[in-house]
Design a protein around this ligand. Sequence first.
Ligand SMILES: NS(=O)(=O)c1ccc(Cc2ccc([N+](=O)[O-])cc2)cc1
Ligand SMILES: [Zn+2]
Length: 260
Amino acid sequence: CSSKYVLSQMHPMWQGPLVVPGGDRQSPIDIAVRKAVFDSELKPLVATYDPQTCQQIWNNGYSFLVEYDDTTDKNTLKGGPLQDKFRLCQFHFHWGESNDWGSEHTVDRRLFPAELHLVHWNSDRYTLFEEAVMEENGLAVIGVFLKVGKRHEGLQKLVDALPAIRHKDSIVEFNRFDPGCLLPANINDYWTYHGSLTTPPLTESVSWIIMKQHIEVSHDQLAVFRSLLFTSAEEVQKSMVNNFRVQQPLRGRTVRSSFT
Ligand SMILES: NS(=O)(=O)c1ccc(Cc2ccc([N+](=O)[O-])cc2)cc1
Ligand SMILES: [Zn+2]
């Protein structure tokens, strides 16, 4: 997908404006579990991914992205809170310098060591990711919390590729990776709310779908994430850690849950 040519403008240590002027649908947020409203109308989520359409993995100076061919409807997300069909463009992570923090969303103020984002755009209404990014119903991002525990076998292929993209703007070919292997066993228990991108341009175009169930990765796997650099080969090295945005005000929004 073509998000590549713009993301690298991001300053690595970007924590960005605390609140976007006039923005009342900013992300991430804290999910207060007891205030979430069960919505029985929420449908099961249907994610269909084709590992063959995986194209490259690269360091954009803020996170690392695994990008998919989104010129056809091979990787789709529908159902859940979504009215339309969405196409997977890329997935990436946010993490901390220690296992005590790193996620963007929190659950009853609880922080996780990392958070996975699977980024999809509305291919029923738009023809390009960049178009969809600017529209209220343009994007759907699945968030999955990571906890430190047993090694995640599916993640290891991705971890093994990271040393090759240690520096900002480095990229390697990466194929046959099934993003479905990073989803928790139960994808039908989730919270959903309307929000924004958590990095510039912070557009309020995202239907967030945050999984209740986390996935487990090993301490060593997470340590390899932290071996990445925000900086390019010529710059003074800065470890790629703490690449998360702080929680934003809820501004009266309701978080719905698909489970009671
Ligand atoms: N962290 S997140 O909210 O899931 C997120 C998802 C995707 C992106 C990528 C991106 C989003 C928008 C643009 N743009 O419009 O210039 C460029 C890149 C940025 C951030
Ligand atoms: Zn993200």
